[in-house]
Design a protein. Structure first.
Lengths: 110, 287
């Protein structure tokens, strides 16, 4: 309950404050969004599996976001930033779907 | 990603999985969770971590704010694009109005100059002859408003949108209509009330047709002063008219030809020659 509230509070704060994202950071925003989705669904799935670990949750989110951002940064320098960010989003997207499927199996036993 | 070699699948593949795609689609729970669970199982004193611990709640707050900021950003950006577009449209409209205003000023000043010239030349016989000559030349060059009987040719885009612009009137269509009218003896021609002079260009920029570098929009009304009884049959039989009638039947372009008893055509805009001078004469300072 408290984690869900914290998440909602974060969304509300982000929407309400709406800070201006600096231009250099904007290409990484979609990646941060997808990495965050992946971390949350992964964490929720681990919770249902009974193996949730708060440190792992934080470390996996931060490291995934950093690694993805690094890939995109590298891609930007090599002229394939757009394609690499698509690749990152596809790979994380697949994981999100798999985790959602696992969550569904847990919740509905189907 | 933290890879401390955890899950049972991992152990089945000591060198990692043989296929990246198999990994992506089968190892969906982060191996670190499995590893951490394994460590806890080996240590009886470890208390089970809870999702409402301070560190997890802080991370979730941050995650939520990332989504919120992204959503706010997306919402802000869409109207910005629309704003830029509409400000460009406004700018273009304002500039067109300014050009129109300047054109009116210029017309008024030209009329003033012409009147002053007439007044100065009226006093002597040589002056009057000169004045008549100027009037004749200006008439021929399209530098004076004229009126007389003639033809009105109306072209318009088809009502249904087609591909490759075949349902739209092109600059080439308008050019060939104007040329055909002159070829069959028209003495003065205007397109949408812009007189076609010696230096008038009819061309396309983007999807707009420009006459004298000013945009004109459909329907295109081409007025030609001349003897209607001579113009009408020869123009209607011209290859241009035949082609446009065919387009009309095939693509729905509108193409009408009507006779008119009285047409009023404005003076041509591009009447000022800056560099051209009569052949053989000495160059003078720029006017």
């Amino acid at each position: 309950m408290i984690p869900a509230l914290a998440l909602l509070l974060g969304v509300a704060a982000g929407l309400a404050l709406g800070p201006v994202v600096p231009l250099w950071l904007q290409p990484y925003l979609p990646i941060a969004v997808v990495a965050a989705l992946d971390a949350v669904f992964g964490g929720f799935r681990a919770l249902l599996d009974g193996i949730f670990d708060d440190k792992v949750f934080v470390v996996s989110f931060v490291s995934n976001a950093l690694l993805a951002a690094l890939l995109v940064f590298l891609g930007d320098q090599l002229g394939v930033g757009g394609q690499l960010s698509t690749a990152v989003i596809v790979v994380l997207g697949i994981r999100i779907f798999q985790n959602l499927a696992a969550i569904r199996r847990h919740l509905f036993r189907a | 990603m933290t890879e401390q070699g955890g899950g049972p699948r991992r152990e089945a593949h000591p060198f990692g999985s043989s296929s990246l795609f198999v990994d992506i689609t089968t190892i969906t729970v982060d191996p670190a969770y499995v590893a951490a669970a394994g460590r806890r199982a080996g240590d009886p004193d470890a208390k089970p971590p809870r999702p409402s611990s301070v560190i997890a709640v802080t991370a979730l707050l941050f995650v939520g704010s990332v989504w919120g900021v992204a959503a706010a950003q997306t919402r802000d950006r869409a109207p910005a694009a629309a704003r830029i577009r509409s400000s460009l449209v406004d700018e273009a409209r304002r500039r067109t109005e300014a050009t129109d205003r300047l054109a009116r000023d210029r017309d008024r000043l030209q009329a003033d100059t012409a009147a002053a010239r007439e007044a100065a030349l009226r006093d002597t016989a040589a002056g009057r002859a000169l004045s008549a000559e100027v009037a004749r030349l200006e008439l021929a060059a399209g530098g004076r408003p004229v009126s007389g009987p003639g033809l009105v040719v109306t072209l318009d885009d088809a009502e249904v949108e087609g591909e490759d612009g075949e349902t739209r009137v092109s600059d080439a269509d308008l050019q060939s209509v104007v040329n055909a009218l002159f070829a069959v003896g028209a003495e003065a021609v205007s397109v949408n009330d812009r007189r076609v002079g010696a230096l008038t260009a009819i061309r396309e920029a983007g999807e707009a047709i420009l006459v004298d570098y000013r945009p004109v929009s459909p329907p295109y009304v081409v007025r030609a002063v001349g003897d209607p009884d001579a113009l009408d049959p020869s123009f209607v039989d011209s290859p241009t008219a035949q082609r446009l009638r065919t387009y009309g039947e095939a693509f729905g372009l509108r193409f009408d030809v009507e006779r008119a008893q009285r047409l009023d055509l404005p003076a041509s805009e591009a009447s000022r020659l800056r560099h051209a001078r009569p052949a053989g004469s000495k160059p003078q300072g720029t006017p």
